[in-house]
Write a protein that binds this ligand. Sequence first.
Ligand SMILES: [Zn+2]
Length: 273
Amino acid sequence: MKITFLGTGGGRWVVLKQLRASGGFVIELDGEKIHIDPGPGALVRAKEHGVNLCDLTGVLVSHRHQDHFNDAVVAIECMTRGVTKKNGVFASNSMVIRGNKEHPPILDRYHSKMLDRIDIMKPSDSIMVGRVRVTATPTKHGDDKGMGFVLEGEDLRIGYTGDGEYFPGMEKHFGDCDYLIMNVLRPRTDAWPGHMNTEGARKLVSGAKPGQAIIKHLGMRMLNGVAEREAAWIEKETRIRTMVARDGMIISAGPAKRPGKKIPENFADENGY
Ligand SMILES: [Zn+2]
């Protein structure tokens, strides 16, 4: 399993000024290679960090906000070898795939017809991307059809919250995750309806009890060491390892250390973060 973070920024100004990158992340698991939320600059960041998008097998978009879907069509161009080979799965919600009166679908017919499958998902739906099961989870966010995802391989589960604030019961959608990747925009002192802060993240981590928690999608108020301090606080409160993702960070590992689960001893964080 390998996760490469092509972007860890979130919120308007961090993304528009590229104070942190916004290319989403790529998960390689059980022979599949899945790009999640390819935001602005995903292709450029992939090149920068040595990730070849031409062997993607799936593209997932959590919701119809620009910082999450901007480069999805480019990722699909890569996945279909420059739109010459029918290949791969694209999955998202109906706002992204069908659009509405205000927003057109993000994908045109030219690209759509070169995909093996397009799946419109809603929370609790499950699909297979090759050998990996992808289950959509609910969110409380501006795109009310937004989702998170749980990716399940043969012996490893990775949760991703998508955007949105913590809500009671959220943890039950992320049970038994080896890694839980959370979009955390603000510190705990700073609540903003529709967005997760570190207090919400603490509640989620303490309820879901993942092997390891990772925070990303950092807004302006999480820069300059704040996110690292907040992650340390979550770790102290929950006793679950919590780290801040960095642009280009790679996690390469077997299942993380979770009570009661047998794990190989090859856990490594290649960049040493
Ligand atoms: Zn959003």
